[in-house]
Design a protein around this ligand. Sequence first.
Ligand SMILES: NC(=O)C1=CN([C@@H]2O[C@H](COP(=O)(O)OP(=O)(O)OC[C@H]3O[C@@H](n4cnc5c(N)ncnc54)[C@H](O)[C@@H]3O)[C@@H](O)[C@H]2O)C=CC1
Ligand SMILES: O=C(O)[C@@H]1CCC=N1
Length: 267
Amino acid sequence: MALERVARDGLVLLGCGKMGTALLTGWLGAGVPARSVWVIEPNPSDWLKASSVHLNEGVPPAPAVALLAVKPQMMGAALPALQALGNGATLFVSIAAGTTIAAFEAALGDRTPIVRTMPNTPAMVNRGITALCRNGHVGDEGMALAVALMAAVGETVILDGEHQIDAVTAVSGSGPAYVFHLIEALAAAGEAEGLSPEVAMQLARATVCGAGELAHRSAESAAQLRVNVTSPGGTTAAALAVLMPELPGLMARAVKAAADRGRELGK
Ligand SMILES: NC(=O)C1=CN([C@@H]2O[C@H](COP(=O)(O)OP(=O)(O)OC[C@H]3O[C@@H](n4cnc5c(N)ncnc54)[C@H](O)[C@@H]3O)[C@@H](O)[C@H]2O)C=CC1
Ligand SMILES: O=C(O)[C@@H]1CCC=N1
């Protein structure tokens, strides 16, 4: 229902790199007509050029949504292209890390409806998760529209407020990179135990993907799924005796570093 408004009144996508492409793919797959989408992107991919969206053709006078998907460092230079849409009916939805609602209000006008979100790259395979929060100019209908846009690429969760978003960025926004690094580390450890690089990587990748899928489908807690692997006095118990004293503290430091960086980007 909400996406029908986008089909009727249009959507502007500012920046179509990795995340913009994932979102646009999801919307087109959910039935948003390509001709309802206006993309501003200085370096369009071949896929984008071959799509039927309006590419670098300006913006319609009152689109339903303007979705901001440029890097936070580029936001100041990119926003003036959309300034005319501020303080109006167009709902602004940002996926940028760090950039605050106050910064958008300062650039676009303090009566601009703004939803700030944090998605992640599994959106590329429709398995993302996006957290959302809004300013006081976004009503329930606007929030439902923002949720529908992000639900086209995965799960959604509504936050109590913007104060939680740097924590979200540090857990689920950046989180896929931690998991990919786990694959790398597990493969390297397998190599050290005598496996070929190819087999070690195949085993590590399939293990993380399989465990992720099991966590996704199972009703059991992560702790119980861990216990299910761990035979008393067995091999897993030996490995966990090394990991469990270290990993929670290490992860807490990593997540804090990411959240701190998010807060810094917002200054
Ligand atoms: N990559 C990730 O895992 C996640 C990224 N984000 C956020 O998404 C946003 C985009 O990130 P990515 O897609 O990874 O970056 P990206 O670099 O792949 O895409 C950004 C795009 O913006 C374009 N661009 C630069 N200047 C522009 C301008 N003036 N007007 C219009 N487009 C312009 C670039 O050509 C590029 O294609 C960032 O703000 C980031 O914080 C959020 C969650 C996850
Ligand atoms: O690294 C970053 O700043 C972005 C935000 C979350 C994931 N990538």
